[in-house]
Design a protein around this ligand. Structure first.
Ligand code: SAM
Ligand code: DTB
Ligand code: SF4
Length: 336
């Protein structure tokens, strides 16, 4: 059923309603989230994506959480845009390890048209391997978004990160509206939207309410909603902020699941700091997607053997790729 015909899919959430969900007794909240989850998804299936940083560091933006900002003092080996064959090799490895989607991230404020040509070759080649494709490249113009769609891109990741109220404390080099504008271009180009945020950046409970309100009250819910727990990176302004209570993270997943019942909710960054039991509760709360592979973009992720064992212990299965658009185009190198 299209989202617009489904009365359970709402875009008019009030802050009061969302706060009431957060304030439910934990068991009531998780029961409600799991009940809704089962109405729309196989509760034992998890979508897995593998990430690759295709261009690392030296980003002109000043995001307070990010190791890749040129304004932060994080120790990081900078890399120029990776060559196509290296990207294809990593994508092949991800596919062989069971990932259904390959997400390529670049530390840009926005891509230049020349860089976009190269990313388009990567998308075509990765898609040729039978993987779904996702890229996260910063802000896009309408024209650039259309070019990505023509290349066959399945998902574009662009996070709102936090509430509009807290945004200026975290990032000053772009506005919330800039983020919303790019999301609108992506939606209008008919590319699946991947958008979520980060929890544990010293935000208030009201900021979590407000972030989820922004995401769920978009004209159409993002198909994929990554909920990241801040990975504290030394040398970034947010290093040393008070650590999050794991139960608050699980609550955020549950509320996201209830508000966006047909979206994939991704248990994203921060899993190396979480116990297996916390992750199990995230899955129970309605998370049905993870990043799989030893590395996120620049920081560590649990190793694949550990994740496979956790899946086995929980009886979880990896979902297969669901390619939304076939493309007959060939990458410039002809290596697909
Ligand atoms: N430069 C592009 C952008 O900002 O959209 C794409 C890459 S950026 C690294 C992608 C997302 O990673 C950010 O929007 C943020 O939500 C997440 N992220 C970055 N650093 C993080 C950290 N230390 N902990 C958790 N999430 C992080
Ligand atoms: C998302 O929401 N989280 C991913 C992906 N989308 C691009 C990135 C997490 C980055 C964590 C910090 C790092 O590895 O640099
Ligand atoms: Fe740059 Fe993206 Fe990191 Fe912000 S989150 S500094 S835009 S790479």
């Amino acid at each position: 059923m299209p989202e617009s015909d489904n009365p359970e899919v709402r875009n008019d959430w009030s802050k009061q309603e969302i706060s009431s969900l957060f304030e439910l007794p934990f068991n009531d909240l998780l029961f409600q989230a799991q009940t809704i989850h089962r109405q729309h998804f196989d509760p034992n299936q998890v979508q897995v994506s593998t990430l690759l940083s295709i261009k690392t560091g030296a980003c002109p933006e000043d995001c307070g959480y990010c190791s890749q900002s040129a304004r932060n003092d994080a120790e990081l080996e900078r890399e120029r845009l990776l060559p196509l064959d290296e990207v294809v090799e990593q994508a092949q490895l991800a596919r062989d390890n069971g990932a259904s989607r390959f997400c390529m991230g670049a530390a840009w404020r926005n891509p230049t048209d020349k860089n976009l040509d190269k990313v388009i070759d990567m998308i075509i080649a990765v898609k040729g391997l039978g993987l779904e494709t996702c890229v996260t490249l910063g802000m896009l113009t309408n024209e650039q978004t259309k070019r990505l769609k023509d290349a066959g891109l399945d998902y574009y990741n662009h996070n709102l990160d936090t509430s509009p109220e807290y945004y200026g404390d975290i990032i000053t080099t772009r506005t919330y509206q800039d983020r919303l504008d790019t999301l609108q271009h992506v939606r209008e180009a008919n590319i699946n939207v991947c958008s979520g945020g980060i929890i544990g950046m010293g935000e208030k409970k009201e900021d979590r309410v407000s972030l989820l309100q922004q995401l769920a009250n978009l004209p159409q819910h993002p198909e994929s909603v990554p909920i990241n727990m801040l990975v504290q990176v030394e040398g970034t302004p947010l290093h040393g902020v008070e650590k999050l209570d794991a139960l608050d993270f699980i609550r955020t997943i549950a509320v996201a699941r209830i508000m966006m019942p047909t979206s994939y909710v991704r248990l994203s960054a921060g899993r190396t700091e979480m116990s297996d039991e916390t992750q199990a509760l995230c899955f129970f709360a309605g998370a049905n997607s993870i990043f799989y592979g030893d590395k996120l973009l620049t920081t560590d992720n649990p190793d694949q053997d550990h994740d496979q064992l956790l899946f086995d212990r929980l009886g979880l299965k990896k979902a297969h790729a669901n390619i939304t658009q076939e493309t007959t185009r060939q990458p410039a190198c002809g290596c697909a």
